[in-house]
Every structure is written in structure tokens, then in C-alpha cells.
Design a protein around this ligand. Sequence first.
Ligand code: GDP
Length: 304
Amino acid sequence: MRCGRRRGAAEESLARKGLGARIRQILQGGREGEAFFEELEDVLIEGDIGATLAVSLVDELRQEMGLRRTPGRDGVIELLKNRLVSNLRGEPLELDPNSLNCVLILGVNGVGKTTTIAKLVGFYRRTMGIENIVLAAADTFRAGAIEQLKIHGDRLGVRVVSQAAGADPGAVIYDSIESARSRGKGLVIADTAGRMHNKANLVRELQKIDKVARGRIGDGVYRTVLVIDATTGQNGLRQAEVFGEALEINSVILSKYDSTAKGGIAVSISRTLGIPFSFLGTGEKPDDLEPFDPIQFVDSLLEG
Ligand code: GDP
């Protein structure tokens, strides 16, 4: 895994330094004991880990270090690495090559849902040889979303099932699954609406889509996947909670990891909600998608 990130002038600024650089900075500043732990807490919060989790992680670290003098730089970073990894869940988004699979893509507008859908088409074609792929344009609220999915579909050479803007998204899912099923085993990837400002409507709509998809897919594999934009910080936890009220989320994809020096939101969501991460979005191009590996992810978080 490359965990690729854009290295630009902005990243050189103190505020955008990664966790590892900030921790090394505290250590080089000679901080010891409580002063060190307090600063470490602040750095973890800055890194989007969230206040509550940062406090408990530092408490755990404090216990592990037995309130001894701060060990050397490498020792502290190693201990923290272990704590972060043990709080992260990574799990591949496994499909069944011998049945019809359906993946429902959830997330707030702009997080990278349609881009991620295009990347997943490439990934499952490449790794599992799935050719019968149908994209379901079930965000019928925005005409732009339907158009965008069609553009991806044309470019990738996959069918896109859509209806006019304003149509029933459940009907789009139904048609998509039936269309894919007429050609046997394969994969339906569905785009869904993500307007957070009308939460009650969103929850109702997603519940309906979920019910239709779950019912139609029958014995096939059905997965709900939430896309979280790594640059939105702790707001991502709130998003996961709202979508989690509507339906059970099976997996999270962290998009735009190339655009931030942070990434603690993955630890926060894993530990607070117990949802595993399956992929990391590392750019705008079709191949910029990497399977999520907790150890490599934490290494990349702390290397910066
Ligand atoms: P949607 O509204 O959730 O469908 O979001 P889009 O797929 O349209 O993506 C919104 C913007 O984010 C677009 O400009 C994408 O190119 C960009 N984007 C999506 N994923 C990534 C990623 O992993 N890295 C970067 N740098 N940009 C991304």
C-alpha cells in the first residue's frame, strides 16, 4: 500500500504536519511525564482522533509506560502505534464470484461516492474478473448525480440503470438488480442520496432502498458501504452515526486520504462504532484505491 499523499507547500506548515512529526516535535522539545501526555492528547485531537478517544488512548499509554520517564522517541511511537492499530478494524469487502452481489454506497454529497464507485468497478474487474456490472443511479434527488454516474458508466463500459430525477430510488435499485440478474452472477453498485440537511427524509429513503435491495438480492451478497471524506475530520463520526441510524453499515471507505495529513477519524469510527474499513481512496484517478490495512495505515499516519 502506498498510502499516497500529495506533498505540497501547505503540508510543510506546522498546522498540517502529520501526527508523527508533531509527536517527534514534542519529544525533541524535551517534554516528559505529565507535560508530555497532555501535549500528546492535544496532538491526537488535532489529528481527528476525537477528544474522548484521545483521552482514553493517552490513559492507556500512561498505564503501559507505568508512569516511568518517557521512553525514547522510537519507544513512545511504537507504543502509540500498537494502541492505534488495536483500535482500528480493517476487513476486506469480500464478494462472491459465483452469485449476484449488491453494494450500496452511502455518504454525504461531495465525499467521493461516484468516484469511489468507478474505482470499485476497476477493482472488482481486476481482482475477481467480474464483468457483469450494473451501476444503479439511486440518488434520484440530484439530476447531476445521475449524469455523473452515466459519465463514469460510459467511460468504464458498464450499464447504468437510471430513471428521471425525482423517481423512486427503490424502483431504480429493483430494476438494477433484475437487469444484472438477467445475465446471471455479477455485481450491482448503487449510488444513493446524501443530503444531510433533511435527516428524517434521508433516513426514511435509505431504509426503503435497503429493504428493496436486501429483499431482491436474496441469497446473494449484500453490503452497505459508507464513504467518509478524510478531510472532514471529526464530522465524519457524526455522519457515520446518522447513516447508522438508517441502516446497518457493513464497511467504511476513507476517501481523499491523499489530501490530508490527518486520518484519526478512521480510529475514531472503528473504536466508537465498531465498523471496519475496507478501502482507502488515495486520489482522483480510477486506480487510486487501496485495500485498507490497519498496520500500514497507522505507519503512514505516524510517518508524516
Ligand atoms: P459524490 O458527490 O459523493 O459523488 O462525490 P464525487 O465522487 O463527485 O467526488 C467529489 C470530488 O472529490 C471530486 O472532485 C472527486 O474527484 C474528488 N475525490 C473523490 N475521491 C477522491 C480521493 O480519494 N482523493 C482526492 N484527492 N479527491 C477525490
